[in-house]
Design a binder for this molecule. Structure first.
Ligand SMILES: [Zn+2]
Length: 301
């Protein structure tokens, strides 16, 4: 059997890796810096919001792939770092050729530790930075385990913001008998002009950071065209409760903010990939880049 793909592609998704981590010169991330220096990388990746689809992990359960390690399988140790180490050891094995069979052409690895740590202690904290540095070591292991003609793509699913204060706008909305307010954590939706006016005139303790321009709603969240969206002040999360105005959230970092608030990452490194610094791209552009690297044509494109 001829291998479908000529060269191995290893796609590594570091959950919650914010572009600001890669831009932080103080972090000890020599392997990630090598990928950025030698490969092509975006200056940042912007997400989009959609109301049309929800994809729940683990999406790969029962998928027709040769070597599948769905995320519900618990690693033998509960220690955060060991979990990723265990994943890496298993993730790299399909890349290796054995008993005359070609290695896997494409491997997708999802590293979850940074997301957990940034939720617990907040992003960009010493704890979260330590996980970024440990992740860099794991990526170093992957780079050295790649076949000579292999490529590595680094992506992340979202950035991160501090969210140490929970503001429940529905508490005041109930008091003022206002309807059509929908808190979404990283932003709040007002369904009508009166509801939007009410948000615009709230006192500072409600931590309204600003109103999202209409053209940004059309660009990043078309289903909400015609509605009014507002962002929280830095460090604030618009909670779903209505029992008290200000509460302590159970997490000090979160994601699900308006797409201009932070950026995720994209970089590609390895055989045939020339160094380039790409402008900020939208997260949906990545799929086309992966298809090109894999030499496959996507249906409907
Ligand atoms: Zn998360």
């Amino acid at each position: 059997m001829t291998p479908l793909l000529a060269a191995a592609l290893l796609v590594v998704s570091v959950d919650g890796l914010d572009q600001r981590c890669l831009d932080n010169a103080a972090l000890k991330i020599p392997n990630l810096r090598r990928v950025l220096r030698e490969g092509d990388s975006a200056r940042g990746v912007t997400g989009i919001l959609s109301k049309t689809a929800v994809i729940t992990w683990p999406v790969t359960v029962d998928a027709p792939v040769a070597f599948n390690l769905p995320e519900y399988i618990k690693p033998p140790a509960s220690h955060r770092f060991r979990k990723s180490g265990w994943m890496i050891a298993h993730a790299l094995s399909p890349l290796a050729t054995s008993s005359g069979m070609p290695g896997a052409g494409a491997v997708f690895v999802h590293l979850v530790d940074l997301d957990s740590q940034a939720h617990d202690n907040g992003p960009f904290t010493p704890e979260a930075n330590a996980v970024v540095e440990r992740t860099d070591e794991l990526i170093g292991e992957m780079l050295s385990a790649l076949p000579k003609d292999g490529r590595l793509v680094l992506v992340s699913d979202h950035g991160f913001e501090r969210a140490g204060k929970n503001v429940n706008l529905l508490f005041t909305a109930a008091r003022d008998k206002i309807t059509g307010i929908e808190p979404k954590g990283g932003f709040v939706i007002a369904a009508s002009q009166p509801a939007a006016d009410w948000l615009r005139n709230l006192s500072p303790e409600h931590s309204i950071g600003g109103e999202i321009p209409t053209e940004e709603i059309a660009r990043f969240a078309p289903p909400w065209k015609g509605k009014f969206l507002f962002e929280p002040a830095p460090g604030v999360w618009f909670g779903p409760g209505n029992d008290v105005l200000i509460a302590k959230p159970h997490e000090t970092g979160n994601h699900g903010h308006w797409p201009t608030r932070y950026q995720s990452v994209y970089a590609a490194w390895g055989n045939g990939i020339k160094h380039a610094r790409l402008p900020v791209m939208q997260i949906t552009e990545i799929v086309g880049r992966l298809a090109t690297l894999l030499g496959v044509k996507m249906e409907g494109r």
